[in-house]
Design a protein around this ligand. Structure first.
Ligand code: SF4
Ligand code: SF4
Length: 356
């Protein structure tokens, strides 16, 4: 995009943001968060599960002027992570580099560029799921999209497979028009498709039932009744985004050289192959194969637990030896218990197949 030197600071800032690799950019004024009450009610209902960090910073979350002293405006950005990539056992967002590092790095570059543009260091701070900021709230106000019934922000020309980030700044900037429309209409595809019935109402997610929570945030045992519905998903879940007509139509490819391109350890291998490798992996191997990966959030023991569940769901006779070794020899009781569950599932499946 070419922007002449006489254009507004807002237009030049957006051109700079696009040049840095962001796919959407909008501006909004800071103030009371419109979704703060709904968020607090959601927490009060227990839908946040064990995510103890969520209630922190309640006052700051309720008013986006509070986290950064003197901040009055936000530049909100979105970065595509490749909704056209094939579905797989690892959610698309987690296959490549950690988006926190990538998006924060680019927002910091934008911040430094703005400092130079206005001729002084501007007070401000970038957020990418890294503080008490409701990024989706700011994104809607900055015109980037609406809240889908699957709880994701949806943009009419990009769908929902993107990361959000916000740069809060002390300078006044002309705001974009908020996105007021609800373009879900009568569609309920996401609610109907969720394998664990985690979307308990339009725009209400019971995270304690959501596969993304169960395979990433939950540190302990996965409830037995939810292990089967997890199917072959090892880390995260894209189902309620995959079925969305806005993604079917507008999700984009990953650009050449994108940091979100799947790492070699995931490649194009199927769920069973990835699960077998993870469950047998040492700490050193994990550190080497998953350097700078968002999957480190679940830690290796969480991934081994998930791998056992997946092998229980899609594994075969050839996996029995490996699972038995894990059940009998591994010191971590969490992983052992899930391996035992998987063995029983495979046994029951085999018995059913052999029945005349
Ligand atoms: S991410 Fe998966 S489990 Fe979670 S609400 Fe969407 S479809 Fe359901
Ligand atoms: S699947 Fe349908 S209801 Fe769900 S977010 Fe997309 S458009 Fe909205």
């Amino acid at each position: 995009m070419s922007v002449d030197a006489g254009s507004s600071l807002e237009a030049r800032t957006k051109a700079q943001a696009f040049g840095l690799g962001f796919d959407l950019v909008g501006i909004c004024a800071l103030g009371p968060a419109e979704t703060a009450d709904a968020f607090d009610e959601w927490l009060a209902r227990g839908y946040g599960g064990t995510m103890a960090y969520l209630p922190r910073g309640r006052e700051k979350r309720r008013d986006s002027r509070l986290p950064v002293s003197g901040a009055v405006a936000a530049i909100v950005v979105a970065m595509n992570y490749g909704g056209r990539e094939p579905a797989g056992s690892v959610a698309r967002y987690a296959r490549g580099e950690d988006y926190h590092d990538v998006v924060l790095g680019k927002l910091t570059e934008l911040h430094r560029w703005l400092d130079a543009e206005v001729g002084r260091p501007l007070a401000g701070k970038a957020y990418v799921d890294t503080g008490p900021i409701l990024e989706r709230d700011l994104a809607r106000r900055a015109g980037l999209g609406w809240f889908g019934k699957n709880t994701n922000l949806i943009n009419p020309s990009l769908g929902s497979f993107f990361f959000l980030g916000a740069l809060l700044l002390e300078i006044e900037l002309a705001a974009d028009a908020p996105f007021e429309a609800d373009r879900c209409g009568s569609c309920t595809r996401c609610l109907d498709a969720c394998p664990t019935e985690a979307l308990v109402a339009p725009r209400v997610l019971d995270a304690t039932r959501c596969i993304s929570y169960l395979t990433i945030e939950l540190k302990g045992e996965i409830p037995r009744e939810l292990r089967g519905p997890i199917g072959d998903l090892i880390y995260g879940c894209d189902i309620c985004q995959d079925v969305c007509p806005w993604n079917e139509r507008f999700a984009r490819e990953l650009p050449e050289g994108s940091p979100y391109t799947a790492r070699e350890a995931l490649g194009s291998r199927d769920a069973r192959a990835i699960a077998r490798e993870l469950i047998a992996m040492s700490d050193d191997e994990f550190g080497a194969a998953f350097a700078a990966s968002p999957m480190k959030r679940a830690k290796l023991r969480g991934l081994k637990r998930n791998a056992a569940v997946v092998l229980g769901n899609v594994g075969a006779a050839e996996d029995v030896e490996l699972l038995a070794h894990v059940r009998d020899e591994v010191s971590d009781e969490l992983v052992r218990e899930h391996a035992a569950w998987a063995l029983e599932r495979i046994r029951v499946r085999q018995a059913a197949r052999e029945r005349p």
